[in-house]
Design a binder for this molecule. Structure first.
Ligand code: MTE
Length: 321
């Protein structure tokens, strides 16, 4: 892992002391600024596969592990970092970690521009210094119908956008991933219209839940999870949560996204988690939490309706999928 990113040492916690640090923060009354928070892909989950090979089930994490605001325990670090979708490396979920091991994340710059008053290219180290890092425990629901609970570190995208100052013409935000074939072997696969790109409506991007994540489990982000900087939009299918961001652009019109370019009838721009809107090839009514045997019902907006349902007032969610 790169050493040059300056997170205060107090923010960097080995996994084995993580839980006790959390207890400490809790005792101090500051557990997770995320406490404020209460807390595509290819083929669907067949429901047959169990916890990724060679990893502990989350239940093994032990008594006292962190939970989301619904009381569900966080997945293990091993699960979160060994079962990944990252097509720039490979479409094999369990092969990403080893292929991404030496991915160079420093130096790294992120260009923030387009329809803004203050366009600027940031060094990611400066972003880490500038914006206080918070912990947010979020559910991640993949469109393939598996899910995990992940303790992210990061800061609200809104903080960065406010600094950029969107002009009155800016209505959407467009994101782009690094496109470096020398480091990302999956880019040789010409089936995909690289670079990976994603987008949000400006009000979605400004919602407090929307996170620019820089780490997980109190550590800097592992390469396979999108280091050094990735988006996390917890009420949307995981493919919206774009990894290894190099560009953030404010634009007037709805941007193209990689998955909706490949299959517009299967992957919409909104991609809100919705048990009542099936994917054309499979149901979204239930999901498999990694590490659990029984499937569980999928929640509208992945359980975050209270915070985000108002964004879609008056919209037909089956048409605007
Ligand atoms: N971002 C990029 N650049 N490339 C990808 O292939 N996959 C997406 C999303 N972000 C992907 C990406 C999908 S389909 C999911 S489910 C999540 O990342 C998975 O995040 P995780 O591996 O950290 O669990």
């Amino acid at each position: 892992m790169n050493k040059k990113i300056h997170i205060p040492p107090s923010e960097i916690t080995p996994r084995h002391v993580y839980l006790s640090r959390r207890d400490f923060l809790k005792a101090m009354g500051i557990a997770g600024a995320g406490a404020a928070l209460l807390a595509a892909c290819g083929v669907p989950e067949g429901g047959g596969a169990q916890s990724p090979a060679g990893t502990a089930a989350p239940g093994d994490a032990g008594i006292g592990r962190q939970t989301d605001e619904l009381g569900d325990g966080v997945n293990t670090y091993e699960d979160i970092t060994n079962y990944n979708n990252y097509y720039e490396f490979t479409t094999d979920k369990q092969g990403v970690a080893s292929l991404a091991r030496d991915f160079k994340t420093s130096p790294w710059t992120v260009e923030v521009g387009g329809l803004v008053d203050n366009p600027k290219t940031y060094d990611v180290d400066d972003l880490l210094r500038k914006f206080p890092q918070e912990e947010r425990i979020y559910r991640l629901r993949c469109v393939e119908a598996w899910s995990m609970v992940i303790p992210w570190m990061g800061f609200p995208l809104a903080s960065l956008l406010k600094e950029a100052g969107p002009t009155s013409d800016a209505k959407y935000v467009r994101f782009e991933t690094l496109n470096d074939p020398a480091q990302m072997p999956g880019l040789k696969n010409r089936l995909y219209p690289w670079p990976y790109q994603e987008g949000l409506r400006l009000d979605e991007a400004m919602n407090d839940l929307t996170l620019l994540a820089t780490g997980l489990y109190g550590e800097l982000m592992p390469p396979q999870n999108g280091a050094p900087l990735r988006l996390v939009v917890p009420w949307k299918y995981g493919f919206k949560s774009i990894k290894a961001i190099v560009k953030i652009e404010l634009v007037a019109g709805q941007p193209s996204t990689m998955w909706s370019t490949i299959a517009p009838n299967e992957y919409g721009f909104y991609a809100n988690v919705n048990p009542d809107v099936p994917h054309p090839r499979w149901s979204q009514a239930t999901e498999r939490r990694i590490g659990e045997l029984k499937r569980r019902p999928t929640l509208l907006f992945n359980g975050y309706a209270e915070q985000v349902a108002h964004l879609y007032d008056g919209m037909d969610l089956s048409k605007n999928f």
